[in-house]
Design a protein around this ligand. Structure first.
Ligand SMILES: [Ca+2]
Ligand SMILES: [Ca+2]
Length: 326
């Protein structure tokens, strides 16, 4: 009797154990399933966000195409009142997706990779390089940023290993860091790369971002779209007052040629000689590089995109993309 009761007790415990095991396995499986469902839903939304981003890029390319058609009739200039300078806000799929996007040019900013042409051997290129160095120093003064970073940024870009006097930095500086690294000795690729350069702080990068760009090749400054700060730095002859005058005039009469711009500088500053003498070589009245920035939200998934667009005589193409969280 005692033996039988003991057996049923063991059987009962075994049954309870199995039930508990099965239920905990079932709970684990259900939790995992719920996670998988959420993950696949998230991935589906991420995929949809990317498709919306392609749609935004098509919109931007359409704007640039339209401007190109207008330019064919009116002259190839790019200014802030043209169709490409645009933004959109859209609510799609019964308000389940929201898109904000804007298209802007990048030659109204100063391209830091213009400082990479130091090794150019032709005399006029050397003097052009010197004008770029002086320009960048003036821009830093205008933006109230420590001008010592000009030397270290140029050393980061140039192909030699000689430290630029007095504030430059080459491998010897960066190899002593933990972890050690080398100077890039080539054109910049992204803003985050600036964090690696001696003297450049996150605060400086934020200050620069509004007025400088990083483009794959040297470019000219579009005087029709350049910011006030970018214009002031063009010449020691210019100041806040004369540049405000220039900006006021270009609102009604955008510059059709760079000569029109330098003639106006001469007139406003009452000078016959330009400073720098080769100022006109730094300038353009149109842009080849544009940026389309978008923020796309779909339920809980959201993403920001930056698409770099190159427009030349023959084509309009996306040459770079960056995605981030906002
Ligand atoms: Ca145009
Ligand atoms: Ca160097």
């Amino acid at each position: 009797m005692f033996h039988k009761s003991s057996n049923s007790g063991v059987a009962l415990i075994t049954v309870i154990f199995i039930v508990a095991l099965v239920s905990s396995l079932a709970t684990a499986m259900l939790t995992r399933l719920a996670k998988d469902i959420r993950r696949s839903e998230y991935n589906r939304h991420q995929g949809q966000l990317v498709h919306f981003m392609y749609g935004v890029e098509s919109w931007a390319i359409g704007r640039l195409k339209k401007d190109k058609q207008n330019d064919a009739r009116q002259g190839a200039i790019d200014h802030n009142k043209e169709v490409w300078k645009d933004k959109i806000t859209l609510a799609l799929v019964d308000n389940k997706a929201n898109i904000e996007a804007n298209l802007d040019d990048l030659q109204g900013k100063y391209n830091l990779n213009n400082l990479a042409d130091k090794t150019a051997s032709a005399t006029n290129k050397k003097s052009l390089f010197n004008s770029h160095v002086k320009y960048f120093n003036r821009l830093l003064v205008t933006l109230e940023i420590d001008t010592r970073i000009a030397d270290s940024i140029i050393d980061w870009l140039d192909q030699d290993n000689q430290v630029r006097f007095p504030h430059g930095a080459e491998d010897s500086e960066y190899l002593s860091k933990t972890p050690p690294y080398r100077a890039a000795n080539r054109k910049l690729v992204s803003f985050s790369e600036l964090n690696l350069i001696k003297g450049v702080t996150p605060k400086i990068i934020e200050q620069l971002r509004e007025h400088v760009s990083i483009l794959p090749k040297s470019t000219k400054i579009n005087v029709n779209t350049a910011s006030k700060e970018v214009l002031i730095a063009l010449s020691p002859l210019l100041n806040s007052g004369s540049v405000e005058n220039i900006i006021e005039q270009r609102k009604t009469t955008p510059f059709k040629t760079t000569k029109e711009f330098v003639d106006l500088v001469k007139k406003l500053t009452k000078k016959t000689k330009l400073e720098p003498a080769n100022l006109q070589q730094l300038l353009s009245v149109n842009s080849e590089y544009f940026i389309c920035e978008s923020k796309i939200i779909m339920k809980k998934a959201k993403m920001s995109f930056k698409s770099l667009i190159n427009r030349d005589k023959n084509s309009i193409i996306i040459i770079g993309r960056q995605r981030g969280i906002f």
